[in-house]
Ligand binder design. Structure first.
Ligand code: BGC
Length: 757
């Protein structure tokens, strides 16, 4: 894009969409016409009334102060002699309300547009039509739009010219990097419910992210007003208090003719839609559709088994990803948050990258993470961030570590070194940041942390679990340093300094947090928790918790000879907690791995099948169609967790899918990009059978096992060029290459689960 003239309206209209319009004539014959366009806000571009491109919510969300993407459209075929080019811009993330307290105008006070139409004539000469003060600004039928506060489309609105555009502040522009944001699926309503309160509620059967479209013919000025909710309350009534301030409706004002409506500059997270206003007594369900919107990602991972509830859990994980991979990895898509929480992103990243091809999606977001890394190496809780909110700008273990964990994970899955090369400086700087905070070079004992967020071992109303935050922070410090070392080796760098650092962190970790091969039970309480998120624990934090031991085992912070006792202790803690998990955001991703890596598959499976709160199946048994933020978002008695933090579409705990692919079906990466793999499934009778297929960059890998009478049949498909080490539970090992490989094990003893080939 050659010239970058940003324009805005001579008059601001709070919260409204404005249309920047240029009429022009083409006199010579044009060989190729390309429009480059962008905005501050969210825009829709039309040429001669035709909407351009297949994308929605352009130009997406980036750290706008550093870069805004522009999109390019081939418009050669739409161009005629007399043309009208329109760029309609809504407030979107940049100008409307966005941020944890719904900050207004986070990146700018008014919407802006920028465009350039590049015209290549038949004779090879090139001319340009660019945004400038000859463009006119009009009001729009979208009289109000906001990411959090819905949209009002008024087909009867009086469209006025506000005058000529005026110059506006420039923002750095870059060509589109991220995956297209598109309308991916369309769902029909499954039912119209009349609730006990007498309200009319449409059930789409699935919690999604996107919007509701409506085809309708009514009288001019008739209104349809839609409110959105994820769940019904225990009496079956509509509920959306958990949206906090983002519970504002979408309003459609009818023209009197056949109308088609859908929001253009915002989206909602919902399963249920309440008809607050509707012009007829009988609801025509056929006019309503739910349109699923997310970044374009090709599906690559598939899992199915003989247990319907586990299949539902898996479906919830997939929908959690669809709902929260809308241009950036968000925590949730419904309440006044929808932020790029770095912790959530790293927790779910491996699962996400097996489920879908997320390379392009993360290329862009990692660029934002790099751009927003502070000069001292700090990586914040949220990215993109421009609200200077104390809550989002915390520098926390498990959140900032997104800087190391995500690039490494993407490299491992896709064997794409550019994820390491582009992010290596960020990874190192993050570790250097941790190294430099506080007085202890090899421990991380200072700062605000989110801790083992939402863990269940510090009391019902606590946001932070009981595990020592210092222990968690230092464990992640070790892990990130280890990943920096590994990344450096892949990039051919001398990593001796970081190898030394890693050894020292592990040494100090063991001295400070452990004794006799076990974490110390009581640890000093050094972190400060901000008001409102106070954990109900004594002035000390515990070392012997499920999360602490899972981290120690999975991050390898113990000696090999200590593993068995630690694993026993972990099992004991689970047993003493009534066979349940007490882990939060930072322990949950690792607990099943920690158990399985120590051969405690039975305990891992018991947790996996657990349905008492907290557990994965608890939400499934309570009707979930996506993953919940709280294990018990809906409590046993049908009441809800606190209104201020209770999302029913929060993908983080969906990270269990990586254990389903990697342990249940046993597909494990030995060499990046699945060039060499281990196929070591762990069958369990309660599943009946399990099957996964992964479209890797090395080809399609399949793993299947099935219990039948006294036999287990295994079937593996290994693609050309991949070497697979098969390891079956009875100790049988074989290295194989391309082809289908089938094995049958016969049960020798029902009680011991011993098999022979
Ligand atoms: C978000 C989380 C996030 C957390 C930080 C919440 O408001 O929804 O998912 O990671 O804050 O602890």
């Amino acid at each position: 894009m050659k010239s970058q003239n940003w324009i805005k309206s001579p008059e601001d209209i709070e919260g409204a969409v404005l249309t920047f319009r240029k009429d022009f004539e083409i006199k010579s014959s044009i060989k190729k016409a390309t429009l480059h366009a962008s905005c501050l806000g969210i825009y829709k571009a039309t040429l001669n009334g035709e909407r351009l491109g297949g994308q929605v919510l352009t130009p997406g969300l980036t750290c706008y102060g550093d870069r805004i993407q522009f999109n390019s459209y081939d418009v050669t075929k739409i161009l005629c002699e007399k043309n009208t080019l329109e760029i309609s811009v809504g407030p979107g993330w940049a100008v409307g309300h966005y941020g944890p307290r719904g900050k207004y105008h986070p990146w700018g006070n008014s919407v802006e547009a920028v465009a350039e139409l590049e015209l290549e004539s038949a004779d090879g000469s090139v001319s340009y039509i660019t945004t400038d003060c000859t463009w006119q600004v009009y009001t729009n039928e979208v009289i109000h739009s906001d990411i959090y506060f819905g949209e009002t489309v008024d087909k009867t609105a009086d469209i006025k010219c506000l005058g000529n555009a005026i110059p506006a502040k420039s923002f750095p522009l870059v060509p589109q990097i991220g995956a297209d944001i598109v309308e991916n699926e369309i769902l029909s309503p499954i039912e119209l419910i009349v609730t006990p309160k007498g309200e009319k509620v449409i059930d789409f059967g699935q919690n999604i992210t996107g919007y509701v479209s409506l085809n309708i013919k009514g009288n001019s000025k008739d209104r349809v007003v839609l409110s959105f909710g994820e769940v019904l309350d225990k009496d079956g009534n509509f509920y959306n208090e958990n949206y906090r301030k983002a519970a504002e409706p979408v309003i459609y004002v009818l023209s009197g003719e056949e109308d088609s409506f859908k929001p253009t500059y915002t989206f909602q997270g919902f399963r249920y839609v309440r008809l607050d206003e509707y012009p007829f007594d009988t609801v025509d369900l056929d006019g309503f559709r739910a349109i699923v919107v997310h970044s374009k990602m090709e599906r690559t991972g598939y899992f199915t088994c003989g247990n319907d509830r586990i299949n539902q859990l898996y479906s919830n994980i997939i929908w959690g990803q669809k709902g929260n991979y809308l241009d950036i990895p968000t925590d949730c898509p419904q309440r006044n948050e929808r932020l790029g929480w770095t912790g959530d992103a790293q927790v779910f990243c491996r699962t996400a990258a097996i489920n879908f091809d997320v390379r392009q999606f993360f290329k862009k977001w990692l660029g934002d993470l790099r751009a927003e890394q502070r000069s001292n190496g700090a990586v914040l809780g949220v990215c993109p961030e421009n609200y200077n909110d104390a809550y989002c700008t915390r520098i926390s273990a498990g959140w900032g570590d997104a800087a190391t964990i995500i690039p490494w994970t993407l490299y491992e899955i896709y064997n794409d070194k550019s994820f390491l090369a582009e992010n290596f400086e960020m990874m190192k700087k993050w570790v250097e940041y941790v190294r430099g905070v506080g007085d202890e070079e090899y421990l991380w004992l200072t700062g605000y942390h989110y801790g083992d967020w939402l863990a269940m071992d510090a009391g019902e109303d606590s946001y932070v679990g009981a595990t020592s935050v210092d222990l968690v922070a230092t464990a992640f410090y070790a892990y990130s340093t280890e990943l920096v070392v590994k990344a450096g080796h892949v990039l051919g760098q001398d990593m001796s300094e970081y190898e030394e650092l890693y050894k020292n962190i592990v040494k100090r970790f063991r001295e400070y947090f452990m004794e006799n091969g076990m974490p110390k039970e009581k640890l000093p309480y050094t972190e400060i928790i901000t008001k409102g998120n106070t954990a109900i624990v004594d002035k000390e934090r515990r070392g012997i918790t499920q999360t602490a031991i899972s981290l120690i085992l999975h991050f390898n912070l113990c000696l090999p000879e200590e593993r068995e006792t630690l694993a026993e202790k972990l099992c004991e803690l689970i047993y003493n907690f009534d066979g349940r998990m007490s882990t939060g955001f930072l322990g949950t991703p690792y607990i099943l791995h920690a158990l399985s890596e120590c051969g405690k598959h039975d305990v891992a499976y018991n947790l996996f099948f657990q349905n008492k709160n907290p557990s994965w199946l608890y939400s499934v048994d309570h009707g979930a169609t996506t993953i919940w933020e709280h294990w018990n978002g809906i409590k046993e008695d049908g009441s809800f967790w606190s209104v201020n933090m209770n999302s029913f579409n929060h993908y983080a705990y969906g990270c269990v899918a990586e254990w389903m692919y990697g342990t249940v079906c046993g597909v494990q990466i030995l060499d990046a990009g699945y060039k060499r793999i281990r196929l070591a499934p762990v069958p369990d009778k309660r599943l009946g059978f399990a099957k996964c297929a992964i479209e890797t960059i090395s080809g399609r890998i399949e793993s299947y096992w099935n219990y039948e009478n006294d036999c287990i049949t295994y079937e593996f498909t290994v693609p050309d060029g991949v070497v697979a080490d098969i390891a079956l539970p009875n100790g049988f090992c074989q290295t194989v290459t391309q082809g289908k490989h089938t094995f049958c094990l016969h049960l020798l003893n029902e009680n011991t689960n011993d098999f022979c080939l």
